[in-house]
Ligand binder design. Structure first.
Ligand SMILES: Nc1ncnc2c1ncn2[C@@H]1O[C@H](COP(=O)(O)OP(=O)(O)OP(=O)(O)O)[C@@H](O)[C@H]1O
Ligand SMILES: [Mg+2]
Length: 225
């Protein structure tokens, strides 16, 4: 595919457990185009979080290929993988993992600061994103002084900060009440579309899943439509 950001080819992943192996991914294929938004559903324990971890190179696959922009990641060194993860990927988890001692604004700016951007530019970019996610009026609050929905929005801003090629979101609104989840879902999808990043998100909510360009289900270790 032209402009393919991520490609998984026949990925297998199992966990060693007492008395044998737990087979989770059984030849999973996935292709994510530039700017494409994909949702993944599946029963609890079906392997959705495992799939995201393997795709993001946080967990190694038993076999199969994982390519970023057409390049096989098997050929990359640990340092190159680290760099790829920092520059090209963004992450949002179910419960935001913000840094307690920093403000919302500083948290959102953190990837830029780590990447060596000037503080002034990093903060300006963070402010833009917080604005887009309707949480700029809380930019001086620390995580403990934010609501759950505000924390998730700051985490989404942080994931977008470096304009990554792809964002992985594991139940990004799973910890929120229904109304807040709806708001955060819309804001996330809007700001991701605006940024041009691709997005792969896991959700248990069918309505949210259907807002993606493609809604996939992980079943018996493979992705089906
Ligand atoms: N490190 C591990 N060692 C052994 N088994 C594991 C490990 N991590 C996950 N598992 C098992 O692998 C299966 C898939 O786990 P995973 O977290 O990927 O599921 P999931 O689809 O994300 O579930 P949920 O919807 O509940 O988040 C589960 O049955 C889990 O118990
Ligand atoms: Mg999970």
């Amino acid at each position: 595919m032209k402009d393919e950001v991520l490609r998984l080819e026949a990925v297998y992943k199992s966990y060693d457990v007492p008395g044998g192996k737990l087979h989770i991914l059984n030849g999973t294929d996935l292709s994510v185009g530039k700017g494409e938004i994909i949702s993944i559903r599946g029963r609890s324990g079906s392997g959705k979080s495992t799939l995201l971890s393997v795709a993001a190179l946080l967990l190694s696959a038993d076999s199969g290929r994982i390519l970023y922009s057409g390049k096989d990641t098997a050929a990359l060194s640990g340092k190159e993988i680290e760099e790829l993860r920092l520059r090209k990927m963004g992450f949002v988890f179910q419960a935001a993992t913000l840094l307690d001692d920093f403000s919302a604004e500083e948290n959102a700016a953190m990837p830029l600061l780590i990447a060596g951007e000037r503080k002034k530019d990093a903060i300006r970019r963070a402010d833009e994103l917080l604005e887009a996610l309707s949480v700029s009026d809380r930019k001086d609050h620390r995580p403990a002084e934010l609501s759950g929905g505000e924390r998730q929005r700051v985490a989404i801003a942080r994931a977008l900060a470096l304009s990554p090629d792809i964002i992985f979101a594991d139940e990004p609104t799973g910890s929120l009440d229904e109304k807040t989840a709806l708001d955060v879902e819309s804001l996330m999808l809007e700001s991701v579309r605006l940024s041009g990043s691709s997005l792969v998100y896991v959700t248990h909510n069918s309505d949210f899943a259907m807002k993606a360009d493609r809604a996939l289900v992980l079943k018996e270790g493979v992705l089906i439509v």
